[in-house]
Design a protein around this ligand. Structure first.
Ligand code: GLN
Length: 388
């Protein structure tokens, strides 16, 4: 192919390839155990796969309705009511998306005008800020501080001004594994009361919380639900990240704007998987057992880390474990993550990737490991890390 002859002004000049693709690729190149990108290394439930195949064979292979297959929207609304006591109208307030990242991108694009401000709490999943910037918005970054990573509510209140359009929040939190408490929801409700500020609530790890915790969804808080896009993901809940199916719950006015954009981003999401998920959701056991399932993995991984010089931080939710390498090395986290992949054969994600301007200092010498892996993989990874 000849080279492009024109000049190119990038819409995202500061953005390279997302760290998740970079580290997964490096892991593959070096045959490393891949605990970097967040995905399970075990199979999806065979009966769920069978349901998809059944719907395909039965001919459900053409476009689903733009907002999502009706049975799936109904099942999502029924689950939101059963779990969080939230009442969403499947017709006007539930939209099926091609995964959580598309849901977030679409919600941000639907609301943000050029010059609008969007508050993001760092460390943050790396798709939020580029979505704001592509819409012409300005990202206002506030910091969560280790080891508790609590939202800085006074700073949030101070950051809200006449240009603030959105706040993006995330609990259970990627990458820190922290979760919100009731007081956090009240603080957010207080901060936005009397404003036009809307909220994107990334809750894709909603079913992965530990030690008897209950996930506090913004959908279950009437004051917050009224102004929130609540984003969920079946990839995380049913071990099918490659299927790319998620959803957005939002009041009718917000959903109408969301769908205006959604229809031109993906138009609609694949039909047989939607119909299979609708049936799968009918059994609450499919998500109720998830905390115990992942808690066993978290505990196994943390126990294995005890034999290494890495120090695990608290992990209340998600399938991510942060570890501190303070005292072990003063390498930048990205250099260490790459070295561990090459030399020890264990891939992780450097936490600096979740910041625009990564903080430095001993408290920020952190790597993120994904423990959504089989017991053998976790044990092998810890054995390799013990050589550090
Ligand atoms: N959410 C996943 C993670 O944080 C990855 C998503 C992706 O690869 N884009 O690892």
């Amino acid at each position: 192919m000849p080279t492009y002859p024109g000049a190119l002004a990038s819409r995202l000049p500061d953005v390279g390839t997302t760290i998740f693709a970079v580290m997964s690729r490096l892991a593959a190149e070096h045959g490393a155990l891949n605990l970097s990108q967040g995905f399970p290394d075990f199979s999806a439930p065979p009966a769920l796969c069978e349901l998809v195949a059944r719907h395909m064979r039965a001919g459900a292979n053409q476009y689903a309705p733009m907002a999502g297959a009706a049975p799936l929207r109904e099942a999502i609304a029924a689950k939101a009511e059963a779990v969080h006591g939230a009442r969403y109208d499947p017709e006007h307030e539930v939209t099926v998306t091609a995964g959580g990242t598309q849901a977030i991108f679409t919600a941000i694009t639907a609301l943000v005008h050029p010059g609008d401000e969007v508050i993001i709490l760092e460390p943050a999943y790396d798709s939020y800020a580029p979505a704001v910037e592509l819409a012409g918005g300005r990202v206002v970054r506030l910091q969560l501080e280790p080891p508790g990573w609590r939202p800085p509510w006074p700073a949030v209140r101070a950051a809200i001004g006449p240009r603030t359009r959105l706040i993006v929040v995330n609990s259970p939190h990627n990458p820190t594994g922290s979760t919100w408490e009731a007081a956090d929801l009240e603080a957010l409700a207080g901060a936005v009361r009397g404003t036009d500020v809307a909220i994107v609530s990334d809750e894709v790890y909603e079913h992965i919380v530990y030690d008897g915790r209950r996930h506090l969804s913004l959908s279950g808080h009437p004051g917050l639900a009224a102004r929130s896009f609540v984003v969920g993901s079946f990839g995380k809940t049913f071990h099918v990240t490659g299927w790319k199916v998620g959803y957005v719950l939002a009041p009718r006015e917000l959903t109408a704007e969301l769908r205006k954009v959604h229809q031109f981003v993906v138009f609609t999401v694949n039909t047989p998987i939607q119909l299979a998920l609708a049936e799968w959701l009918a059994d609450p056991g499919t998500w109720r057992d998830l905390p115990a399932f992942y808690q066993e993995k978290r505990d196994r991984f943390r126990a294995g880390l005890a034999a290494t010089r890495l120090r695990p931080l608290p992990c209340a939710g998600t399938y991510f474990q942060l570890v501190s390498y303070d005292g072990l090395s003063d390498e930048p986290d990205r250099a260490l993550a790459e070295r561990l992949t090459r030399e020890l054969g264990v891939a992780s994600i450097p936490v600096s990737a979740f910041y625009r301007e990564p903080p430095t200092g001993p408290a920020h010498r952190l790597l993120r490991f994904c423990f959504a892996k089989g017991a053998d993989t976790l044990e092998q990874a810890c054995a390799r890390l013990a050589r550090l």
